[in-house]
Design a protein around this ligand. Structure first.
Ligand code: ZN
Ligand code: ZN
Length: 97
């Protein structure tokens, strides 16, 4: 218990601002603290993020630079560029007619 009681009431989670009285565990970083609740929350968000896949080419979040969209469809940066090209071509084709 050395030092813990003296500092205990000053330390708060940097994300949810809960104090050590309200949470079970707190992990200290060099400049911030994170509680067990926030760790679990962020981990879940990360996992969801990794499951994202482009609805056009099927590439996963980790295979492309970025994925945009939601809540029912997602598109990756590569497909956006491709779609933009197609749109440009079609606009040109229409203009020619
Ligand atoms: Zn927290
Ligand atoms: Zn894609």
């Amino acid at each position: 218990m050395v030092g813990e009681t003296a500092l205990g009431h000053e330390i708060r989670c940097s994300f949810c601002r809960k104090s050590t009285d309200e949470i079970r565990r707190l992990v200290a970083g060099p400049d911030a603290f994170i509680c067990d609740e926030c760790t679990a929350k962020f981990l879940e968000a990360l996992r969801k993020d990794r499951l994202l896949a482009c609805d056009w080419c099927g590439k996963k979040h980790e295979d492309v630079r970025s994925i945009l969209g939601g809540p029912t469809a997602f598109i990756c940066d590569e497909c956006i560029e491709l779609c933009a090209d197609i749109v440009r071509e079609e606009t040109k084709a229409i203009a020619r007619k």
